[in-house]
Ligand binder design. Structure first.
Ligand SMILES: [Ca+2]
Ligand SMILES: [Ca+2]
Ligand SMILES: [Ca+2]
Length: 300
């Protein structure tokens, strides 16, 4: 798949904020760059997001890990500078370690000090009453997402999904530059990569054949409907693939069809019996695709 920069992603931002609302109802820990960046492993940063419907006064809120205590609304021992004290609904809060060059093209909301160990360290987000409202829990192997120099991709951040789970930045949807000006494998100040990708991929529905075990013969009309959530439906290209072994191997039957339509398929070109499946693949001009697969059918 082609790598795409953030400019394209802005198109679907409204949808994404709605999508993120299925998890959490207030401030959450959204992304953690515990390994730093390609420029420096000490260039760690953290992203929080207000999933609530009202602006949040951050005075009294805290982010804590190990013996590090970052006050979010005011300066403190580990909080070097605070530039944002009220977070609007949907807005992100960017915390950069040590100085504002950590993410060189984005202005931090908070500068802090303190290390996120690469072997993992639990993180707690506490509200102004000291109640833990969100946290990062470790897995047996350490961090539940993200990676360092040997990560795939390298220095990928740990990103929250709309279900509240942790995953790694996919290296496809990303923004921000590190201290050396390299693009980062993260999404500071923007929705996380899995959310964007889910919103970008074309959606395709196979409308025939759809019945398990049906028997096709002669000329059959394979039909489909496809649309692109962040693009023009008519720009989609449809390919039809066929498998004679339940989907283990696929052969292209025909390509470059319209996003919605049907194809008169001469089944007599294929041997009788067999366990056939049809796959419809819809590709958009950005290189993303969505697929629909039929149930197994026979050809007579
Ligand atoms: Ca680290
Ligand atoms: Ca910065
Ligand atoms: Ca993000």
């Amino acid at each position: 798949m082609k790598k795409v920069t953030w400019t394209v992603a802005c198109v679907c931002m409204g949808l994404l904020l709605g999508g993120l609302a299925c998890f959490g109802s207030g401030l959450i820990i959204s992304e953690v760059a515990w390994a730093g960046t390609a420029a420096s492993s000490t260039d760690e940063w953290i992203e929080l997001q207000n999933l609530g419907e009202v602006a949040l006064d951050l005075i009294g809120w805290q982010l804590a890990f190990g013996d590090v205590l970052i006050l979010l609304g005011e300066s403190g021992e580990d909080t070097l500078e605070v530039r944002t004290t009220v977070l609007e609904p949907g807005a992100f809060l960017i915390l950069e370690r040590t100085n504002d060059d950590t993410i060189s093209d984005i202005t931090a909301d908070i500068l802090y000090k303190g290390t996120l160990s690469n072997s993992g360290i639990p993180i707690e987000l506490r509200n102004s009453e000291g109640v833990v409202v969100d946290s990062v829990l470790l897995e047996e192997t350490g961090w539940p997402g993200g990676g360092a120099v040997d990560g795939e991709p390298p220095y990928c951040t740990m990103e929250r999904t709309s279900l509240g789970e942790w995953t790694s930045n996919n290296g496809i949807v990303r923004n921000g530059l590190d201290a050396d000006g390299n693009p980062m494998n993260g999404t500071p100040g923007q929705p996380n990569s899995a959310e964007i990708l889910a919103q970008w991929a074309p959606v395709v529905e196979l409308t025939f054949p759809t019945e398990e075990g049906s028997i096709l013969s002669g000329i059959e009309l394979v039909s489909w409907i496809a649309n692109d959530p962040n693009g023009v439906d008519s720009a989609l290209a449809i390919a039809i693939l066929i498998s004679a072994n339940e989907g283990d191997e696929w052969t292209v039957l025909i390509e470059n069809l319209a996003n919605t339509g049907s194809f008169s398929w001469d089944t007599t070109a294929h041997s009788s019996g067999g366990e056939y499946r049809i796959l419809i693949r819809a590709s958009d001009p950005e290189g993303f695709f969505g697929e629909a697969v039929s149930p197994v059918f026979e050809i007579l």
